[in-house]
Every structure is written in C-alpha cells, then in structure tokens.
Design a protein around this ligand. Sequence first.
Ligand SMILES: NC(=O)c1ccc[n+]([C@@H]2O[C@H](COP(=O)([O-])OP(=O)(O)OC[C@H]3O[C@@H](n4cnc5c(N)ncnc54)[C@H](O)[C@@H]3O)[C@@H](O)[C@H]2O)c1
Length: 245
Amino acid sequence: MIDLTGRTALVTGSGQNAGLGIARVLAEQGARVVINDIHRERAEAAASALASEGLDASAAPFDVSDSRAVQSATESLGEIDILVNNAGNAGAGEMKQSRFQDMVPEDWVPFVDVNLYGVMNCTHAVLRGMCEREWGRVITISSEAGRRGLGIGVSVYGAAKAAGINLMRHVSQEVGVHGVTANTIALGLMNNVPEEFAAPLIKAIPMGRLGSPADAGHMAAFLASEEAGWITGQVFSVNGGASAF
Ligand SMILES: NC(=O)c1ccc[n+]([C@@H]2O[C@H](COP(=O)([O-])OP(=O)(O)OC[C@H]3O[C@@H](n4cnc5c(N)ncnc54)[C@H](O)[C@@H]3O)[C@@H](O)[C@H]2O)c1
C-alpha cells in the first residue's frame, strides 16, 4: 500500500538508532533518503549501509541547530518531499537527566537548540518548496516527555519536545491548503536507552518491550504516504501502550 517511489526524504539525525530505522523503512518503501547527522562519519556509514542493501541513500552531514548550515545544505539537496525531524535528545552531547531546580541556564541550551531550533530550521528550509509543489510531509519525532510531566529529570528536554509538537500543529494550519501535512510522532522508551534507565520503566509498557527503530519507521512511513494525506496537525504516540490516552 505505501509507495514512496519518486519521493525524496530528509531524515535528520539518522546516523543511528530511531532515525536510521526511519530512513531504512522510508527507503524500503521506495523513497530516496538523505541521511543527515552532525557526525559526518556516522551519516556516511549509515548511508553506505543502506546503499549496500540496495536502497537509495546518501549522506548530508550538517548541524540542524545552525540555521545557515541548514539553509545551504537544503538548497544543495534540491527538492525535499518528506522531512523527518528526528535529531534530538541533547544534540551532539550526552543526554543527562537533571532536576530543573538543579540546572543553570547554560544547561538548557543544547536541549532547546536541537529539539526546537533544529525542528524550526529544517521545517522552515523545506516548507516553501513543498507548498509551491503542492505536496509535502513534515514529521517531527517528539517524546512522551513532550506530552506529559515525568519525574525523571527531563524538564527542559520535555519543554522543547512539547514546543516541537505545537509548532507542527500551527504549521499544519498554515500549509494544509497546499497539500502539505505536519504531524508528530511521540515515541516512548526506545531500545537504545541505558539498561539501568529502562529497567524500572519497562514494567509500565503493556506490550512488554522497548521500542525499536523499525517501530518508529513504520509510523513515519505511513504519515509520509499518499494515504495519510488527510491527516495533519496530530500527535501519534508510538509507545507500546505506555500511555493510553
Ligand atoms: N531513545 C528514546 O528512548 C527516545 C524516546 C522518545 C523520543 N526520542 C526521540 O527520538 C529521536 C531519536 O532518538 P534516538 O535515541 O534514536 O537518538 P540518538 O541520540 O541515538 O541519535 C540521534 C542522532 O542525531 C544526531 N544529532 C544530534 N544532534 C544533531 C544536530 N544538531 N544536527 C544533526 N544531527 C544531530 C546524533 O549525532 C545522533 O547520531 C530524538 O528526537 C529523541 O529525542 C527518543
């Protein structure tokens, strides 16, 4: 059913884990995928791995939080039909958990830079072209932490993830008339989180397992499809049932 042949998809932060899973599923459905990552070697290795499986993939290393870098990279890439804003967590740095009251303002920057400015930069760079061509799909990867309060030391991350969700909602209202959709996937706990972090939380997942890159990829492929053309401004939880609302 889902056929993305002829579509070009830019997946940010797709050098590994969920992003790579998303890029792989989109490519398996026929898309030409562009693998972005802030780490050049990671983007190139991921693109080579997909290409060696016979998939159409190329690498485009740049920092999504650098608006000028995003602008120049997307100009050189040409027409982007599908954008998946996947780059997130704490950006190029380590994802550390900390109570909000124990943080200082400098600690907030990497979370907001990648999870909000990164999404804004990339969406802004491709949106005009999508509207002119009267077709486009913007998909932002958010988190359960962007939908609700969690006492696990991710307040600023969660605030930036919530902002990404609402950006998609507003953008969807502006571009729907041009055949462009903007949706969010709120991922639950994925299988790349450290064991000690996952262990106490996995009990709250009715499906009894952590999410895989393919789980993220299949939802992204559906939202990228022709068939999802009347779905916009929505948030879809992909979390093994961890929050049934
Ligand atoms: N892992 C989880 O449990 C989980 C849960 C909910 C939501 N999410 C979200 O899903 C997405 C993917 O998470 P993941 O754990 O697979 O990510 P990850 O950290 O394993 O990989 C993200 C990739 O993005 C790249 N990246 C970071 N900053 C970048 C930047 N400024 N520009 C370009 N590339 C950049 C990194 O180099 C890395 O290769 C993120 O948006 C994350 O917030 C993850």
